[in-house]
Design a protein around this ligand. Structure first.
Ligand code: 5GP
Ligand code: MG
Length: 478
């Protein structure tokens, strides 16, 4: 199961959290379109509304009106082909002996089977096969024996993988980021309360101020009365494993992640793409929307170098077509690209063209677009990609197709160029990514472009020393 999601948590002084949660989920909709949900707490009990569908369709006025309380969490979940599954919609909520628990998870754990079977032996019943429920049960059990902070710490010492969580224990909202900070999470100040969200764009939407990123291994506990928050650095790791793909594709360009504005990173990657493998053509053309910032950086670098190129919006996107990536069959995916994108003929007719996109996954988009350019009369079509070749699957929460489907898994760049029928094709280097993020290979998760992961994943190689916790048959105390 690959969950690529958006999470949020809000505590306010004296106003209902439902509407700000709803707006935040709107701001995070790009992180998940399969289901949306909000769980609030009014000081006495939990209220929950979780359904399949887009945020705008899932909630109406009545739904928001019954989500009482000034504390709550929310979630949007990403669709994975074939597994449209209502039981995995979130936030997950349970009531147990020491209260109620709600949980929203972005990321993916790699050792849940061990924990699940241990908990099952202790009598815990599971209603889904998702890892979020495993975290919830583990936390619930730990809460029977210890306070909130210690309970979270215990659970963090048992789970292995990537997670940014917003949790609600009774009316207390917390945020947790895994010790290597694989998925983003940040804190915002709303004036009359605080918000935890996957991306800062959600804070902007609420007219709040970004305070900072939640640190890897940090727990943030919002005061239920909206007056502040406490933080606890619970686990320290030697290195981080920030997902570079958040910056390349997944996050909104107007979000700040780990102190970098995603838009600036993409422009910088575009510049580097030109510096590494630029080619001077009549026009530079972004593949909307994800290729835009790359193409503008690329065209800037070309112009700085004295090239006579035009930056042109030569492909128009039908904004009513959703993300096409998840269409289950190849035929449908090809049709969908054509539905989604249409060239403006006279910007490309008789010209040499450079198409810029953020990434190639299966190769469907590039193949279709190269053909489209030729049909529109382009004389040459060059393709430049703002990420390295994606050669391996993501286990950390980005749904990126299986290894067999990845065009770069077993082909050279020249073979890919042939297959997509481009006149030339270049990708960006891994070093350029690390540079643009002011980071190093050792502090990034580059699993999908190296095949080596910063976590201990069964049957996969790891690029660093990692500790996979051993799950004892009976709980070991900390
Ligand atoms: P391809 O057509 O090669 O399979 O996919 C590449 C296109 O899908 C690019 O335009 C890129 O912006 C987009 N893309 C890359 N990764 C993902 C992903 O994880 N999910 C979705 N929905 N689209 C993606
Ligand atoms: Mg795209």
């Amino acid at each position: 199961m690959h969950e690529k999601c958006g999470v949020v948590g809000i505590s306010l002084e004296d106003r209902s959290a439902a509407r700000p949660l709803y707006y935040s989920l709107y701001a995070l909709q790009h992180r998940g379109q399969e289901s949306a949900g909000i769980v609030t707490h009014d000081g006495f009990q939990q209220h929950s509304h979780v359904e399949m569908g887009l945020v705008g369709d899932v909630f109406d006025e009545d739904d928001l009106a019954q989500l009482n309380g000034s504390n709550g969490i929310g979630h949007v979940r990403y669709p994975t082909a074939g597994s449209v599954n209502a039981c995995c919609a979130q936030p997950f909520s349970v009531s147990f002996k020491s209260g109620s628990l709600g949980l929203s998870h972005n990321g993916n754990l790699v050792n849940t089977p061990d924990i699940r079977s241990e908990l099952a032996d202790l009598g815990h019943a599971f209603t889904s096969d998702g890892d979020t429920e495993v975290i919830a049960h583990d936390l619930a059990r730990n809460l029977l024996e210890s306070d909130l902070v210690r309970a979270v710490k215990r659970t963090m010492n048992r789970i292995h993988g990537s997670y940014s969580l917003t949790i609600m224990h009774d009316d207390t909202v917390l945020g947790v980021r895994d010790p290597q900070g694989n998925r983003p999470l940040c804190i915002g100040d709303l004036g009359d309360g605080y918000v935890l969200a996957s991306e800062s764009a959600a804070i902007d939407t609420l007219d709040g101020e970004l305070v900072r990123d939640v640190q890897p291994g940090e727990l943030v506990v919002l005061h239920p009365d909206g007056t502040g928050y406490d933080t606890y650095q619970l686990v320290d790791a030697d290195s981080t494993a920030h997902c570079f793909f958040e910056h390349v594709y997944f996050a909104r360009p107007d979000s700040n992640i780990d102190e970098k504005l995603v838009y600036d990173v993409r422009r910088e990657l575009g510049r580097k793409l030109y510096e590494e493998n630029g080619i001077d053509t009549d026009v530079v053309l972004p593949v909307p929307d994800s290729g835009r910032a790359f193409a503008s950086g690329y065209a800037d670098a070309a112009q700085d170098a004295g090239a006579d190129v035009d930056f042109a919006e030569g492909l128009m996107k039908n904004r009513y077509v959703g993300r096409t990536f998840i269409m289950p069959t190849q035929d449908e995916r090809e049709r969908a690209v054509r539905l989604k994108l249409n060239p403006i003929k006279n910007t490309v007719e008789g010209k040499s063209v450079t198409l810029i996109d953020d990434s190639i996954v299966r190769g469907t988009t590039s193949t279709q677009l190269v053909q489209l350019m030729r049909d529109a009369g382009a004389e040459e079509v060059h393709v430049r990609i703002g990420a390295p070749p994606i050669i391996a699957p993501c286990y950390m929460g980005i749904d990126m197709a299986s290894r067999e489907e990845l065009i770069a898994a077993d082909k050279s760049i020249e073979e890919i160029r042939e297959e997509i029928k481009a006149d030339s094709l270049s990708y960006l280097s891994i070093d350029a990514i690390a540079d643009a993020l002011d980071s190093t290979r050792g502090d990034l998760c580059l699993g999908c472009v190296t095949g080596e992961y910063p976590y201990d994943i069964e049957d996969e190689a790891t690029d660093r020393e990692v500790n996979r916790p051993t799950i004892e048959p009976s709980p070991a105390d900390d």
